[in-house]
Ligand binder design. Structure first.
Ligand SMILES: [Zn+2]
Length: 184
């Protein structure tokens, strides 16, 4: 079954096994290898299975904190910490229908900027955040209001890959069009 294959081959290992959200897909991997992520743009992988909602955000650090090098002063260190805390506030970034009765069960935020490196380079770097929600009434999950645009003003476009029981769809969100429709 194609859907199952996608779930296990794509989102699940990212959230549960590898601990390496970079390996989202071959396409992304290639993208990264070329160091060619696009500032202003981020990507969301969203999967819905049974009563669980999986969300994974991948964004250039530029969109999140305004720089991509290791923090070099207190102000930048604070900015990284603050951004990480904001990303961890799942319900501030993703507005879910109240009727779906979703609660967050797991949040992870990772970035090379959170790890002190001995030989910092000026290469591009990213933030990865993953979220698992459990929803008592998942059939009421008809949309997700993506509020990342409000939190991180440098983010102007988010490419969404959505996987649900109805299949796989690609959508594009912008600050002016931030509502992800799951069920029309
Ligand atoms: Zn960059």
């Amino acid at each position: 079954m194609k859907y199952k294959y996608l779930m296990t081959g794509f989102i699940m290992p990212v959230l549960f096994a590898s601990g390496n959200p970079v390996a989202v897909s071959a396409e992304h991997q290639q993208h990264r290898d070329h160091g060619a992520h696009e500032h202003g743009t981020a990507s969301l992988n969203i999967a819905i299975e049974n009563s669980s909602l999986y969300i994974e955000l991948e964004s250039p650090a530029m969109n999140i904190v305004g720089f991509e090098h290791q923090p070099t002063n207190d102000k930048q260190t604070r900015a990284v910490k603050q951004a990480t805390n904001l990303l961890k506030k799942a319900t501030q970034q993703f507005g879910l229908p109240v009727a779906a009765q979703c609660t967050v069960s797991n949040i992870q935020v990772k970035s090379p900027l959170l790890i002190k490196q001995e030989n910092p380079t000026d290469e591009h770097s990213e933030f990865h955040a993953s979220y698992i929600f459990n929803c008592k009434n998942i059939s009421a999950l008809i949309n997700i209001n993506v509020m990342l645009f409000k939190t991180f003003k440098r983010m102007s476009e988010i490419d969404v890959q959505l996987i649900s029981s109805t299949g796989q769809t690609i959508k594009e969100l912008t600050a002016g069009h931030s509502m992800l429709v799951i069920k029309p």
